[in-house]
Design a protein around this ligand. Structure first.
Ligand SMILES: [Zn+2]
Length: 177
């Protein structure tokens, strides 16, 4: 019990440092370290709660990421995050952005679930999903590009303009990546 608590605490410590935000810890090797969505929600407290697959709506649109639940956490210090097995969304921050940007954020975090930790790959997954589901057009891409423009490039997140160029290319590419 105590051991399990320590392992889980370490992951949350990483989260608190921001290392886990918009990041993905791949594989089963650290499966013991990864909290369940319920454990995560209980740990952060406040209004955090778990939505089962199919329960999430963004601007009236049902959002599904396979069988992954979503934790709604208004204390998350980012718009969204991905953990192996579940997504986290901050409803307070999402309320500030347009519908295509909201859907893109969800799809990006969903991309990490199916494609792993790479940011460009998650971006590409998200815009191609938007194209396929019909909620993303050129105007929407423009809004996403403006949204990520202030993002500073670091080892995890490429500069906004670089990500944007890659997303435009992905959106135009008829083959699914
Ligand atoms: Zn990401």
């Amino acid at each position: 019990m105590e051991t399990a608590f320590r392992l889980v605490s370490r992951v949350w410590a990483l989260l608190a440092l921001g290392i886990g935000l918009m990041a993905f810890v791949p594989g089963h090797a650290i499966a013991d370290d990864v909290p369940t969505p319920e454990e995560y929600a209980e740990h952060v407290g406040g209004d955090a709660h778990v939505l089962q697959p199919g329960e999430l709506k963004l601007d009236g649109r049902q959002q599904v990421c396979g069988q992954r639940p979503t934790v709604i956490d208004s204390q998350l210090d980012d718009y969204g995050a991905a953990y192996p097995g579940f997504l986290i969304l901050n409803p307070k921050l999402l309320a500030k952005v347009s519908t295509p940007v909201k859907l893109w954020i969800f799809a990006h975090e969903c991309g990490h679930q199916f494609r792993g930790p790479d940011e460009e790959t998650a971006d590409c997954f998200a815009v191609q999903r938007g194209r396929r589901q019909g909620w993303l057009d050129e105007n929407g891409i423009e809004e996403i590009c403006q949204f990520i423009a202030p993002a500073k490039g670091d080892s995890m997140h490429f500069a906004g303009s670089h990500r944007c160029a890659y997303m435009r290319q992905c959106f135009a590419d008829p083959s699914i990546r």
